[in-house]
Each structure stands twice: as C-alpha cells, then as structure tokens.
Design a protein around this ligand. Structure first.
Ligand code: B1M
Length: 212
C-alpha cells in the first residue's frame, strides 16, 4: 500500500502514472484528502522547490514534477470541502507589457500554487492597465511581475506608478523577477520584493503573507 513518503518521492521524480496510482490507492484506503495533498503532493513539491533553487534540479524535471503533482491534485480536489480548499493567499502573476517570455513565469506560478497559494496567471504581454483592472477585480495579496528583457523592465515601474496614481499601492504587495531584474532594481522602483528564481518566489510570497 502507498504511503505519503512514497507519494512525495514519486512527485519529486516526476513519475505521473505512479503518482496517480498512489493517490488512488491512498483515497481507496480512506486517507484524509487534505493529508494526501499536504503530506504527499505538496511535501514532494517543496523538496523540488528547494532542489531547484540549489541548482540540483533543472527546468524539465521541475515541470514533470509539477505536472505529476497537478495530476494527483485533480484526483483529490473533489474530495476536499470548499472550506478546506480556502487558499492561504492570492497571487496575481503576469509577464509585463511588451514581453512574451513565459517559461520562467509559469514555473514560478506552478511552484507558488504547489505551495498552497492561489495563482491567477494573466499570461504574457499584459498591459499595465490590465494589471490594475485585475487587482481591483480579484483583490490579490500580491502581484508578481516577470520580465526577461531589459527593454520591458520599465513596465514593472509603470505598474507600481499606476497603482500609486489609483490609490491602490497600499492594498497589494508588488514583487518582481526575471533574468535581468535584481534586488537593486526592485529597490529603485519601490517594489516590495525580488526573487531570483521560482523557489525563492514561493518563500518570498509566504514571507510577505506572514507579515501582513
Ligand atoms: Co528571448 N531573450 N527573446 N525568447 N529568450 C532572452 C531573454 C535573451 C537573454 C537571449 C539572449 O540574447 N541571450 C534576450 C534578452 C536580452 C536582454 O534584454 N537583456 C532575448 C531576446 C533579445 C529576445 C527577442 C527580442 C529576440 C528577437 O526577436 N530578436 C524576442 C523578444 C520577444 C518578446 O518578448 N517581445 C525573444 C523571444 C523569445 C522566444 C519567443 C523565442 C522564447 C520565449 C518562449 C517563451 O517564453 N514561451 C525566448 C527564449 C526561450 C529565451 C531564452 C533562450 C530562455 C528564457 C527562458 O525561458 N529561460 C533567453 C536566454 C536565457 O535566459 N538563457 C532569452 C528559462 C526560465 C526557467 O528561466 O525565464 O529566467 P527565466 O525564469 C527564472 C527566473 O528568471 C525567475 O524564476 C524563473 C525560474 O527560476 N523568474 C521570476 C522569472 N520570472 C519571475 C517572476 C517572479 C519571480 C521570479 O515574480 C516575482
């Protein structure tokens, strides 16, 4: 019979079929669905996040792990009550205007989601005003901006300035990331945080949520 440790190991190894079989067997054995998520699926993805950050895992492996975890999650989700599914925080994520790069941004989204937070992924080339509209509509705790081009980095500052103009800056934390972005740049434009990689982005979100 499967146990949580084996399930976490299958997630880390990106063995989707194995994950699905183990989740089914844990459900059939009457295990608590929330425990299956927290002690099996998320526990595995947490290890992936740490290993990826340490350079011990690479993008394709992380994507396979995330897909395995999502597959398992789909099986368990219908069994978890709406109250239990309540996320610990809402993150609005997008690649800024003019920028079409989304591989890293999606990885960030998957790891944040794996960390038990809700992610609204707005896609790429998101106009500044669309971020503002979405912040008003969804009231996220954090908006996470991605840019891969030096030419699109200023669009991050545009979002912060528009938030200030609309009197919304105090309502949402802004964090930024992407290859050309740095902590120094985050400080310059007045962002609340910078994450160099997907694993750090999860930690940063959790830190900011805890300090709210
Ligand atoms: Co483009 N591209 N690209 N490209 N591309 C780069 C970024 C470039 C560095 C390549 C180079 O010249 N060496 C260069 C930018 C130079 C610069 O501005 N400094 C470049 C260029 C110039 C361009 C075009 C202008 C090329 C052209 O058409 N002449 C063009 C621009 C299009 C546009 O956006 N308007 C272009 C197009 C493309 C493709 C469409 C072909 C494709 C993107 C496909 C896609 O994303 N769906 C592409 C790709 C694949 C790359 C490279 C090769 C790889 C990017 C990637 O996915 N990395 C890239 C060179 C490189 O980085 N080696 C390059 C893997 C990914 C996991 O890492 O995205 O860094 P990364 O994400 C990391 C962290 O940065 C961080 O976490 C992620 C995971 O650890 N992170 C965040 C990212 N977002 C975050 C948000 C957060 C926190 C952390 O929120 C808080």
């Amino acid at each position: 019979m499967a146990n949580y440790e084996e399930l976490a190991k299958s997630v880390i190894e990106g063995q989707k079929d194995q994950v699905l079989d183990q989740v089914k067997s844990l459900i059939a054995a009457g295990n608590n669905p929330l425990e299956i998520v927290n002690e099996g699926l998320i526990a595995g993805m947490n290890v992936v996040g740490v290993r990826f950050k340490a350079g011990e895992m690479y993008v394709p492996e992380v994507l396979m792990a995330a897909k395995s975890m999502s597959g398992g999650l789909e099986l368990v989700k219908p069994l978890i009550s709406a109250a239990d599914q309540k996320s610990k925080g809402k993150i609005l994520l997008g690649t800024v205007k003019g920028d079409l790069h989304d591989i890293g941004k999606n990885l960030v989204g998957m790891l944040i989601e794996s960390g038990g937070l809700e992610v609204i992924n707005m896609g790429v080339d998101v106009p500044t005003e669309d971020f503002i509209d979405a912040i008003i509509e969804h009231e996220p705790d954090i908006v996470a901006l991605s840019a891969l081009l030096t030419t699109t980095m200023p669009a991050m500052q545009d979002v912060i300035e528009m938030l200030e103009d609309e009197d919304l800056r105090g309502k949402v934390k802004v964090i930024i990331g992407g290859a050309p972005v740095s902590q120094e740049y985050a400080d310059t434009i007045g962002a609340d945080g910078y994450a160099p990689d997907a694993g750090s982005a999860v930690e940063l979100c959790k830190r900011l949520l805890a300090s709210k």
